[in-house]
Design a protein around this ligand. Structure first.
Ligand SMILES: [Zn+2]
Ligand SMILES: [Zn+2]
Length: 124
């Protein structure tokens, strides 16, 4: 039986025991790490079930797309500085592309952000 009167201590994403507030939302370490990885690497997840997967303790690893959507639904907030960093890398890359007139190698790493994704977008 679950004790719903202590909802504050449960992860809002998967219902596991929360280790505290992360990104402004009570969540477990698993979801916190998952959210962190997702925004840092700018990952694009695709759901095979049209976004209808249930995200709970036992199924949270089955669909990353729905887990990430759930994170956003419960109002987890992206880190503003990460966004800024990404923008910065983008500008840097753009000027590089201009000066060299060609695609810069994918292993161009700044601030822990792999520029490959961003580079692909710049070429779009
Ligand atoms: Zn969780
Ligand atoms: Zn899904």
């Amino acid at each position: 039986m679950e004790d719903n009167s202590r909802g504050e201590s449960l992860c809002k994403v998967c219902g596991d025991k929360a280790s505290g507030k992360h990104y402004g939302v009570p969540s477990c370490d698993g979801c916190r790490g998952f959210f962190k990885r997702s925004i840092r690497r700018n990952l694009d997840y695709v759901c095979k079930e049209n976004g209808r997967c249930i995200v709970d303790v036992s199924r949270r690893n089955q669909c990353q797309a729905c887990r990430f959507t759930k994170c956003l639904q419960v109002n987890m907030k992206r880190d503003g500085t990460l966004r800024f960093k990404g923008h910065y890398v983008f500008i840097l890359l753009k000027s590089r592309l201009k000066s060299e007139g060609r695609f810069v190698g994918p292993r161009f790493n700044l601030g822990g952000i792999t520029s490959q994704v961003i580079a692909a977008r710049a070429l779009h």
